[in-house]
Structures are given as C-alpha cells and as structure tokens.
Design a protein around this ligand. Structure first.
Ligand code: NAD
Ligand code: MG
Length: 260
C-alpha cells in the first residue's frame, strides 16, 4: 500500500505511539488524517499542520469507549473526508485497578472503532475497502502475571481482530484486519506504573521486571506499524520488538469438524 493520497484515522493519536504514527503517515504522504483522542495536544497538532500545510489534519476529542460517540465521529469524518482507507486503533490505557474502565477503553474501544470503520469503509456500503490495524501487546500473547487485567484486554483484541480478519469478511468488505503486538515501549504508559497494579505485594518484583525489560522508542514501533500497513496481510498478527517486526504463527487447536 502506498500512503500517498490515502485518508487515515488514528485513535490515541495525541500522544505516545499514536502521535508517532500520525506524524509518519503524514510524512509518507497521507492526504487526510483524523486523530481521535480523549486528550488535546494542541501544541503537537499545530506542529503537524504546520509541517504538512497541503494535507488535512482533523482532530476529534472523543472517548473510544463511547460507542455512540465513535459512530458519530466516523460519520463526521466521512462527511469531511469522503472516504477512509486506513485505520490504526492505538488508544489504550494501563490501570489494572480500574477494571471496568480498562475493559471498556482497551477492548471496547477497539471493538467500537473497528465496527464503525467496517461500516464506513466496506465496499458493501459504497466504501473503498482498506486496512485496519489494531493495537495489542506482547502481553496479549504471553501472559505477564503482574498485569492480568491489561493482558486480558490485549488477548481479547487479538481474538477479535483475527475474527474480523477472516477472508470471508474480506471478500465482502474489502477491508483487511491486522493485529500488532509491541514489546515494552518508552511512553507515558509507564508513569507511576507500580501504583496501577492490582497486587501490591508484587510491586517490588514488578519494578525489577520493568527495569530489566528491553525498551524501544515509540518512533521505532511506529515505523514497524507503517511497515505492517504496507504488507496488507489479512488476519496477520505481528510482534514488534527492538526495531523489528515479524509475523507470528497462530496455532490451531480446535477444528470443530462435524461428526461423521
Ligand atoms: P500513551 O499513554 O502515551 O498514549 C495513549 C494515547 O491514547 C494517549 O494519547 C491517550 O490520550 C489516548 N487515549 C487513552 N484513552 C483513550 C480513550 N478512552 N479514548 C481516546 N483516546 C484515549 O501510551 P502508549 O504507550 O503510546 O500506548 C498506545 C497503545 O499501545 C496502547 O493501546 C497500549 O496498550 C499499547 N502498547 C503500549 C506498549 C508500551 O510499552 N508503551 C506496549 C505494547 C502496546
Ligand atoms: Mg499513543
């Protein structure tokens, strides 16, 4: 996929990995970009627009957990842009003490935005098709015992996205669905980390584990995400670690064959 002339949506694009993806999509020539985020980052939004005066940058302050709000946001984007080709769902939080909120934002947010994207981009509804990349994590693949609530949402994202990444959906909609699972990345997500875990008795151990982890930059992760967008492989799941991106094989344990 070439990015030139394409219209993109990034959730969580006001900070961290999402801001880097927004920057890099514009630098790669995306024509119109919509950033959906709960927060304003006016300083960065001004910079984005100044760096790309001939491209459109639309920013919408919206909570991805708000299903109706996200539907309305997509309708607004379609009214403004005409069409959407790329969606990168990045918005997410870490706070295992806030179980409901974590489920609604991380898993609910990905579901809300993916379903709205499907509605707007599907060839069945007059859209062009395209690609949706959903943000999971390596801890959605390999359990990390200190963060079970966050990990559960990230595991759920992989399953949800693999379902929508089935080729029978693709044949109808023309939309590919892909999951990315980055390892530890230096962003605000690690701020006051040990205050946001549910088992305080693991906080010393958590501290040690975090300290030892190999950490990559948000810009490196973002470059890998653009790489994944270019690969356009429906249903694929990628690990992003140390500037590298590689697909992983998801094993099948259950075939569900009918009885003879
Ligand atoms: P970050 O906190 O820097 O950025 C998250 C962005 O999402 C922020 O701009 C925030 O305002 C926005 N956001 C949060 N809740 C929202 C909501 N309800 N609605 C709309 N926007 C919302 O964190 P980050 O590290 O850049 O994380 C981005 C994504 O990457 C998250 O989904 C995270 O789980 C995932 N991830 C992060 C790491 C890591 O180590 N940092 C590793 C793997 C995956
Ligand atoms: Mg981010």
């Amino acid at each position: 996929m070439a990015f030139r002339g394409k219209n993109a949506v990034v959730t969580g694009g006001a900070g961290g990995i999402g801001l880097q993806v927004s920057r890099q999509l514009l630098a790669a020539g995306a024509s119109k970009l919509a950033i959906i985020d709960l927060q304003d980052n006016l300083e960065e939004f001004v910079k984005l627009r100044a760096a790309h005066p001939t491209q459109s940058v639309m920013t919408v302050k919206m909570d991805v957990a708000n299903k109706k709000g996200i539907e309305a946001t997509y309708e607004e984007i379609i009214r403004t842009f005409g069409s959407i080709d790329i969606v990168v769902n990045i918005a997410g939080i870490f706070n295992d003490k806030e179980v409901q909120r974590t489920l609604l934002v991380n898993l609910g947010g990905i579901i809300n935005s993916s379903l709205s994207a499907l509605q707007c981009m599907s060839k069945e509804n007059g859209g062009n098709g395209g690609i949706v990349v959903n943000m999971s994590s390596v801890v959605g693949l390999d359990p990390m015992f200190i963060i079970p609530v966050y990990g559960a949402t990230k595991a759920g994202i992989i399953n949800f996205t693999r379902c929508l990444g089935n080729d029978s959906f693709y044949k109808r909609s023309g939309i590919r669905f892909v999951t990315v699972c980055p390892g530890a990345t230096m962003t605000d997500m690690f701020t006051n980390f040990t205050e946001k875990i549910i088992f305080p008795e693991t906080s010393d151990e958590t501290y040690k584990i975090l300290d030892r982890l190999n950490k990559q930059s948000a810009a490196d992760v973002s470059r890998c995400i653009l790489n994944v967008l270019e690969k356009e492989k429906n249903g694929a799941v990628y690990v992003i670690e140390g500037k590298r991106v590689f697909p992983i094989e998801m094993k099948t344990y259950w075939t569900g064959k009918e009885q003879a």
